[in-house]
Design a protein around this ligand. Sequence first.
Ligand code: BYC
Length: 335
Amino acid sequence: MADSSPQASTDPGTTATSSPEQEQFDRIIEQDSRIEPRDWMPDAYRKALTRQISQHAHSEIIGMQPEGNWISRAPSLKRKAILIAKVQDEAGHGLYLYSAAETLGTPRSVLNDQLLTGKAKYSSIFNYPARSWADVGAIGWLVDGAAIQNQVPLCRCSYGPYGRAMVRVCKEESFHQRQGWEILHSLANGTPAQKQMAQDAVNRFYGPALQMFGPPDGDSPNSQQSMQWKIKRFSNDELRQRFVDMIVPQAEALGLTLPDPDLRWNEERGHYDYGDLDWDEFKAVLSGNGPCNAQRMAHRIRAHEEGAWVREAAAAHARKQADVETKESTLLRHA
Ligand code: BYC
């Protein structure tokens, strides 16, 4: 793809004038090809992607907390090893995503500041507590399940680095969802108390998991433009519907129910109808008033401060390496 100068930033839909760079960009989008970091792109496209990818990265990093809290209390060595691997995967997803976001020009330190100062959002779901071991199962089955539904189409995102990061993330999320399903399956087939614990966890996570897809389409200010740019391939409601259609038979197979009295198959639509979600609660969580917002942020800020020595050591090591390389190349030049 042509590497052209970042001038004449004219976003589609905001201006009648067009530049050759804009036309080339539009063509790439139209042909379902990919925009790469050095290609010209409208400022608004860069901004929209930086917002979405960095929020996604923040979600992965904050998302380590609810399950991380259960590592020391996992019911067996095997469960503990699996959970450690899963939480570590989330850290890895955060790193790929920060790297993808950085290719758009904003350094990771700036993105991180936006998270720590509360300017950037992260997924609403991680402001809910994991109260029991069954919640770890519900997070895997419902939260990672919702994440996969949302992220598989992102593998075809028009921005190359994001789409490529998503391919790997989705493979790992698949494993995460299965481990969650397997935890719930064991509990649902255990003692009546264990089955009840699984049911309570599903009751707690069902609504918030459906809200992960974002507000209803009519209240989603970013969707239309994001879909035109082929960042998003489906709307929030379309993906939410697909998710409901997927989990209803899975819940039946588990022998658990989903906490929605309005949930029923609609023959005419070929989909399950489902009841209204609590959007007031969603807004409260987004504005910082969910059950765990303060705790999640306090923990992340503390972890960042406690990690200062690691960042300083890494920077000192990098400086030392650079010095050695400079000395070696000087010696070679004079040899
Ligand atoms: N929570 O216009 P809309 C994981 C915001 S991590 C918080 O529809 P858009 C995992 C939205 O940002 C999974 N905020 O936005 C990790 C926007 O605010 P701003 C995370 C939300 O971008 C560890 C405003 O509401 N996944 O899987 O078109 C353990 C209006 O919304 C939420 C991703 O990040 C929400 N739920 O669509 C286990 C996927 N929903 O920025 C699992 C990538 C909306 O305008 N992101 N908002 O102030 C996306 O696909 C899209 O950004 C969204 C929202 C579907 C989330």
